[in-house]
Design a protein around this ligand. Structure first.
Ligand SMILES: *Cc1c(COP(=O)(O)O)cnc(C)c1O
Length: 393
């Protein structure tokens, strides 16, 4: 496409990044090849040195992966994107490309569980320290800054309590001190929220979730200006957690329906959240699209819709929560999210099951809390499925 920036997101999701081969295939081609051949020795030397653009080896680049990267970059409004094997390898690559021993991260205390483990165990062992602060309190982020702070890392809305981080407020604090801001945009996708436009330096994705959208493959990405993504590319090229061509091809096909999926799933989530809020067995609903959400106005400014994750507390505890889960016939009992199939999770005994009860309470994870990642089924069918268990408590 000549000038991607002139097209709207739904057009970019279908068209951006496609590079046709000599055969003129209509659908994006899947290049299952680990290496590439050169016409002669001099060309090989030029490709290796970087003097000539082109593919060398699939740990560096692959044409199917490049199409995925260009499509996601166009959607995020980023100059560049580098794809990774998973969301976690995107976060790992971002950190190891831009941080070194002695550096410090300030991060939200409500990040995805594996991200918390990555920061507090793996990066800590390499001499990169992290201070975790409240997602919703910019003053705490500012107070946690040290002379060696190099990165703010946040994820908004958070999982499972849908707390919103004020991206413009946090980036203003960081920018004044030369600190990079990275946003995990997995939950909103660029259709609902574009962190780079709000001031962030880098966006990371678990493509495994809404970009695929149908629960098939793992993938990840880091998007941003080339001067920052280039370092991530150099790390990946050497360390190796790059995206496979097959997964990139699945993700390209998934992204074609991203806009209609995330909009329809958000609309379903909004209806389900309103229904839950009026339900006599439900104590509290967490959904950024509800006016009762404590950060509703910030969510409206920053996101186009509330997203597809709804959490709620019951009038009860673990027993009541498990009753609802165990009477679901339609909702899948799984911790995954971002699928067209609706999923239900009891965070206190699964995603947050390994932390102490005190730490769980401090994180606001009640024993009665359930998280639903809303899919594309009819809302009435989801309600009937939940009502079966709710009626018993
Ligand atoms: C799933 C997830 C990740 C990790 O992604 P993988 O593809 O599973 O490695 C990171 N951040 C968020 C918000 C996620 O939901």
């Amino acid at each position: 496409m000549a000038d991607d920036s002139a097209y709207r997101p739904e057009t970019l999701a279908v068209r951006a990044g496609q590079e046709r081969s000599q055969f003129g295939e209509h659908s994006e081609a899947l290049y299952l090849t680990s290496s590439f051949v050169f016409p002669n020795a001099a060309a090989a030397a030029r490709r290796f040195s970087g003097e000539e653009e082109g593919n060398v080896y699939a740990r560096f680049t692959n044409p199917t992966v490049t199409m995925f990267e260009e499509r996601l970059a166009a959607l995020e409004g980023a100059e560049d994107c580098v794809a990774t094997a998973s969301g976690m390898s995107a976060i790992m690559a971002l950190c190891l490309a831009h941080l070194k021993q002695g550096d410090h991260i300030v991060a939200s205390n409500s990040l995805f569980g594996a991200t918390v483990q990555l920061f507090s165990n793996i990066l800590a062992r390499t001499g990169i320290a992290t201070t975790f602060v409240s997602q919703t309190d910019p003053v705490a982020w500012e107070a946690a800054i040290r002379p060696e702070t190099k990165l703010f890392f946040l994820e908004t809305p958070s999982n499972p309590l849908t707390e919103i981080a004020d991206i413009p407020a946090l980036t203003a604090i960081a920018r004044a001190r030369g600190i990079l801001v990275a946003v995990d945009n997995c939950f909103c996708t660029p259709i609902l929220q574009r962190p780079l436009e709000l001031g962030a330096d880098l966006v990371v994705h678990s493509a495994t979730k809404y970009l695929d959208g149908q629960g098939r493959v793992l993938g990840g990405a880091v998007c941003g200006p080339k001067k920052l993504t280039e370092e991530v590319f150099k790390y990946l090229r050497t360390a190796g957690p790059t995206l496979s061509a097959f997964n990139a091809w699945v993700l390209l096909k998934g992204m074609e329906t991203l806009k209609i999926r995330i909009e329809a799933q958000s609309a379903n989530a909004a209806r389900l959240a309103a229904w839950l809020e009026s339900h006599p067995k439900v104590a509290r609903v967490f959904y950024p699209g509800l006016p009762s959400h404590p950060q509703y106005e910030l969510a409206c400014r920053q996101q186009k819709r509330g997203g597809a994750i709804v959490s709620f507390e019951l009038k009860g505890a673990r027993k009541e929560a498990w009753t609802v889960v165990d009477h679901c016939r339609l909702l899948s009992i799984t911790a995954n999210l971002g699928d067209t199939k609706t999923t239900i999770t009891h965070p206190a005994s699964t995603t947050h099951g390994r932390i102490t009860p005190e730490a769980r309470a401090a994180a606001g994870i009640d024993e009665s809390l359930l998280r639903i990642a809303v899919g594309l089924e009819a809302v009435e069918d989801l309600q009937a499925d939940l009502e079966r268990g709710l009626a018993l408590i």
